[in-house]
Write a protein that binds this ligand. Sequence first.
Ligand SMILES: [Mg+2]
Length: 115
Amino acid sequence: MSDIEDLTSRMRHFTEARDWARFHDPKSLTLALVGEVGELAELLQWLPHEEQVDAVRSQPMHGRLAEELSDVLLYLLRLADVVGVDLAEAAASKLRANEERFPPDDHRSVAPTKT
Ligand SMILES: [Mg+2]
């Protein structure tokens, strides 16, 4: 079992043990995910650019980032589980597509564009 499968299974059991599955519709989980992304963004929001590299590797910021990144991941895994997406496969497929879309020789040091 992969780490993703293990975490997804543990989230499913965590939810079922608390009878919370009835609250975990796709929209509610998406909003919860967005809320956690907001908490992550709030940690970095006003941190000056020149302080970020050191701050993110120092406590207490590093610990807070780990917490919020974990919240984001767990809600993302739960959402993928509820909507029936194999996230490991979907992400691998998306990465393969991006590797083909942005060949390194054509895109090195060039920011990707939205098309
Ligand atoms: Mg949080």
